[in-house]
Design a protein around this ligand. Structure first.
Ligand SMILES: [Zn+2]
Length: 412
């Protein structure tokens, strides 16, 4: 949920544009001395004093000072590092710039030290972090050795390497062929059991484990996959068995190179599965689903929503309007691009209750955020569905991008 909020914040920040090259982004990784960053900012401040445009110069220097002020509040960089975005953002056309400052403590350690002054905020490094927060297990196995690794976000860690102890296919002279074959088979079983035990020990405690990829150069990996060596919960998470040219670390890197493709595939499979379930319930008229803003809101308020489905890019906000004289209040929903003109339309408009023209927008909240919050109160799952699959497109275009799978039927 926290992740969801951060993602929304970053989306908003990514869309902001400065008047010129005057928006500051600063990434301070854990372990970096705050004093180093302060020194660097002092130099940047000096450089900024040479900027020709008066307005840009003033805005950049102001932004740097604000960043310094924020940074001073930290004795040292937090455990996961620190990101500050600061700059003059036009609020309502030229000349309406206001300095905005955002301090973000990332959910996972950042690994870059970066200062940028640009026409936009450099949010992409944080966005990457969110996108890749999941963990994947990799088991590379062939008849000679096995390697167990985990891929956490972009960080690859080889956790264990073991040799098989299984003798080669050709026996030494003097042994009976059958006896040799039996011995080899036994050793192979022992080896697979050992690999399975280590994998269980490593992967079972990982809560964010999204899937396991089994790989290796030969056919051995299929024998391992088919057997009962992995815990059943892990076995259910095996998403792919792939060929590699190499063993050991080199082979693991081959898997990682293919990983983005595999992960994207999984995410899409999940999205399709969830939308298909929704469509199934609709098609069979089970009464266990609902869609549309008002219906879904009603279901959420009754705690009836098991899974809330929201399409990415539903650009609608919930606006609260209040009368400054009598306290009259109403809520409206509208497209984000209508917000500015709606606000303007309020000036001079009489309040429906007391007729005094003192209506004003007191709060705007993105609908997707508003719904996600409601879902949080009632412990509903939230799935943000991309438009990358046919099902995702259908959810957005045919159902307005807001739908829910219910816990129980609602009376009409
Ligand atoms: Zn009023």
């Amino acid at each position: 949920m926290q992740q969801f909020r951060l993602r929304k914040t970053l989306d908003t920040l990514a869309r902001k544009e400065g008047r010129g090259t005057e928006l500051v982004s600063l990434y301070v990784p854990p372990g970096k001395q705050i004093s180093d960053a302060m020194t660097m900012l002092r130099d940047e401040y000096g450089t900024a004093s040479n900027i020709k445009s008066t307005t840009t110069r003033k805005n950049v220097m102001d932004a740097i000072v604000r960043v310094q002020q924020r940074l001073k509040l930290f004795k040292e960089a937090p455990e996961n590092g620190l990101v500050i975005f600061c700059g003059a953002i036009p609020q309502n056309g030229a000349g309406s710039e206001r300095i905005e400052t955002y301090v973000i403590v990332p959910p996972e350690p950042i690994r870059i030290y970066l200062y940028r002054c640009d026409a936009r905020f450099h949010t992409e490094h944080l966005q990457e972090l969110l996108r890749e927060k999941e963990t994947y297990g990799i088991i590379l196995v062939d008849s000679s050795a096995a390697t167990i690794a985990k891929l956490e976000g972009r960080r690859l860690e080889i956790v264990r390497e073991m040799t098989s102890g299984v003798p080669g296919k050709t026996r030494a002279g003097g042994q009976s062929a059958r006896r040799y074959e039996r011995l080899r088979e036994m050793r192979l079983q022992e080896y697979f059991t050992r690999v399975g035990e280590h994998a269980n020990e490593i992967f079972l405690p990982i809560e964010t484990l999204k899937g396991i990829i089994i790989a290796g150069p030969g056919p051995t990996k299929y024998d391992f996959e088919k057997g009962e060596y992995l815990n059943y919960m892990l076995k259910a998470k095996v998403i792919d068995v792939i060929d590699t040219a190499y063993v050991e670390e080199q082979g693991v890197k081959e898997v990682v190179d293919k990983a983005p493709e595999i992960m994207r595939k999984i995410r899409y499979i999940e999205e399709r599965r969830i939308v298909q379930q929704f469509l199934y319930e609709i098609g069979h008229d089970t009464g266990m689903v609902t869609y549309g803003e008002d219906e879904v809101r009603r279901a959420l308020e009754k705690g009836a929503v098991r899974t809330l489905l929201l399409s990415e890019g539903v650009d609608i906000s919930r606006v609260t309007v209040k009368c400054g004289s009598c306290g009259y209040q109403e809520e409206q929903t509208m497209k984000n691009q209508m917000l500015a003109s709606f606000e303007q339309s309020l000036s001079g408009k009489p309040c429906p209750k007391c007729k005094v023209p003192t209506l004003a927008v007191v709060e705007t909240e993105e609908l997707i955020e508003n719904f996600a919050k409601l879902a949080e109160y009632t412990n509903s799952d939230v799935e943000v569905v991309s438009g990358e699959t046919e099902e995702g497109q259908m959810l957005k275009n045919s159902f307005g991008g807001i739908a829910a799978i219910l816990r129980f039927k609602l009376s009409q």
